[in-house]
Design a protein around this ligand. Structure first.
Ligand code: NAI
Length: 503
């Protein structure tokens, strides 16, 4: 029998951005909800805002006015914590401070029954630490929603050291019954999403910092070839650099300065300047009135080649072949190690090396790396990174080939791993490392990144699609290129690749 029914009273403390959203989710599921906020009038305001927000759904025909009234009617504003007594579950979404959270939960232990489940929506504080001052830490669990709570599917169910497994399971089931996608995770810095997502920002920032490409082009490639809704620059402009930098810094410190989480100096400079992004009118982009929207770097139109030779299997990039054929290009196939020969140009999927280094190794100065895409058939843009000595003619021939396949081409500087390959390899590596450290399982990583931050594919599923041996090779080459511990492959990835070979 499950611990909660729709009659179970759900308490929500804190009626700000997250608390109001959580109250709405619980009320939508049919629960009576008690909403409390320490600031005078805040809970009532939160309740009103829920109603206002839902009116938009009514005008779009997604909800009836009666349903909205019933939903909002199930939310009761209370003005004293003592009124939380009947709650079967209390979810806390107050200020992000350990001492304040401990104090509120300490009071709730006196007010509510011994069976009441206490949940915290904290995004960065150890659930174990919050529970440490409680009489019944076994009843405390993390219930981490994502903003906006009524829309984002993910709930990270966080177990502290003393959390009873039955309590975590009950919250998992309850979240699922609310239409959410819950995942279990151990209380560790950043939990799943705020840990695994770090390279999405960091690698983009580094590519920009090293002049690999400008922010506009990186964002365009991530969106149009990577399938992400936003690139790292536009997304952090939206989140706010003060907030995003603080999260990165706190995860970095919490992991004892592990270089994997190293914060970015270019982001720090934005913070120093007070250019927090959209909310201040300026970040990586300019949001002032009349500011022009910058265009990504896009190669001019080049001639369509008549024929192309595919040497060997292109692996994940194989869908390109059908696109070349559909464009009326004659495709010859021969044995080989996965290359596209067009005119003087040799194209290969980036392996994490500088193109220039690989070109020297294979004695082919006209080597041009192309980047990973989520789906090569769908991608509207592709990034190419020619070796330093590549002829302009070869670059033009490669450009014409991809343009014939319907893609805008961005010629970027020679940067190891390019944009998407490098980002996805690092996301997957972090996911594998979280699994290796028993934070969660592989499925949870993918559910979390899709449901919490809208990734188009889970990083682990994506890495499997590319081939784990290839991903491992990219990481090793990045490591060799930079000589930084940051790119060390997760032991779990090593083990999986070896296991795959043994079959
Ligand atoms: P907010 O500032 O919008 O709302 C916090 C509310 O809590 C305010 O209305 C405040 O008056 C009230 N409050 C503060 N101290 C209180 C106390 N001692 N007792 C009762 N009410 C109190 O903050 P937000 O963004 O909703 O964050 C709340 C919690 O959720 C934090 O722990 C945050 O880390 C976490 N979180 C935030 C996310 C976000 O994107 N904003 C996402 C996921 C988690």
């Amino acid at each position: 029998m499950s611990m909660f029914t729709t009659d179970s009273v759900i308490g929500v403390i804190g009626a700000g951005t997250m608390g109001a959203g959580i109250a709405q989710v619980a009320a939508k599921a049919g629960h009576p909800v008690l909403l409390f906020d320490a600031a005078e009038g805040a809970a009532e305001r939160g309740r009103k805002n829920i109603g206002k927000g839902l009116q938009k759904l009514v005008s779009r025909g997604k909800m009836t006015a009666e349903d909205v009234d019933a939903l909002v009617g199930r939310i009761q504003v209370i003005t004293s914590l003592d009124e939380m007594a009947p709650a079967a579950l209390v979810v806390e979404a107050i200020v992000e401070r350990l001492d304040v959270k401990q104090s509120v939960f300490g009071q709730l232990e006196e007010i509510c029954s011994e069976q009441t489940v206490l949940a915290t929506n904290t995004s960065s504080i150890s659930v174990t630490a919050i529970g440490s001052t409680l009489k019944r830490p076994q009843n405390l669990v993390g219930m981490h929603f994502f903003n906006p709570a009524p829309i984002m599917k993910l709930v990270e169910v966080i177990s502290g050291l003393d959390t009873k497994p039955e309590i975590a399971d009950a919250i998992f089931q309850l979240s699922a019954s609310w239409g959410k996608k819950p995942v279990h995770a151990k209380s560790t810095p950043g939990f799943i999403v705020n840990r695994v997502a770090r390279p999405f920002y960091a690698e983009g920032f580094r590519i920009f910092q090293e002049g690999g490409a400008d922010n506009v082009t990186i964002d365009a490639v991530i969106r149009e070839a990577g399938g992400f809704r936003m690139g790292p620059f536009e997304l952090t402009d939206l989140i706010g650099h003060d907030v995003n930098y603080a999260v990165t810094s706190s995860v970095f410190a919490a992991y004892y300065n592990d270089q994997r989480f190293l914060p970015s100096l270019i982001q720090l400079e934005l913070v120093n300047a007070g250019h927090f992004g959209r909310k201040t009118g300026k970040g990586f982009y300019d949001y002032s009135e009349g500011a022009e929207k910058p265009a990504p770097q896009t190669a001019p139109e080049a001639a369509k080649p008549n024929s192309v030779t595919i040497e060997g299997d292109l692996g994940v990039a194989e869908p390109l072949v059908a696109q070349f054929e559909a464009a009326g290009i004659t495709v010859n196939r021969t044995e080989g190690d996965g290359r596209i020969q067009v005119g003087d140009a040799t194209l290969m999927l980036t392996n994490g090396q500088f193109t220039t280094v690989r070109a020297a190794e294979i004695s082919n100065r006209n080597l041009i790396h192309f980047d990973l895409a989520l789906d090569y058939a769908e991608a509207g843009r592709i990034a190419l990174a020619p070796a330093d000595k590549a002829d302009a003619k070869a670059v033009e021939q490669a450009t014409g080939l991809f343009q014939a396949a319907g893609k805008a081409v961005s010629i970027i500087d020679d940067i190891p791993g390019m944009i998407i390959m490098r980002t996805v390899a690092m996301l997957a590596n972090e996911g594998f490392d979280a699994v290796n450290q028993q934070v969660c399982n592989e499925e949870a990583v993918d559910i979390a990144m899709q449901g919490g931050v809208n990734y188009p594919r889970g990083p682990i599923a994506w890495a499997n699609g590319v081939g784990l041996a290839r991903i491992l090779n990219v990481l090793r080459n990045l490591g060799a290129s930079y000589g930084e511990d940051r790119y060390r492959p997760s032991p779990l990835l090593l083990r999986k690749v070896a296991g795959g070979r043994q079959a």
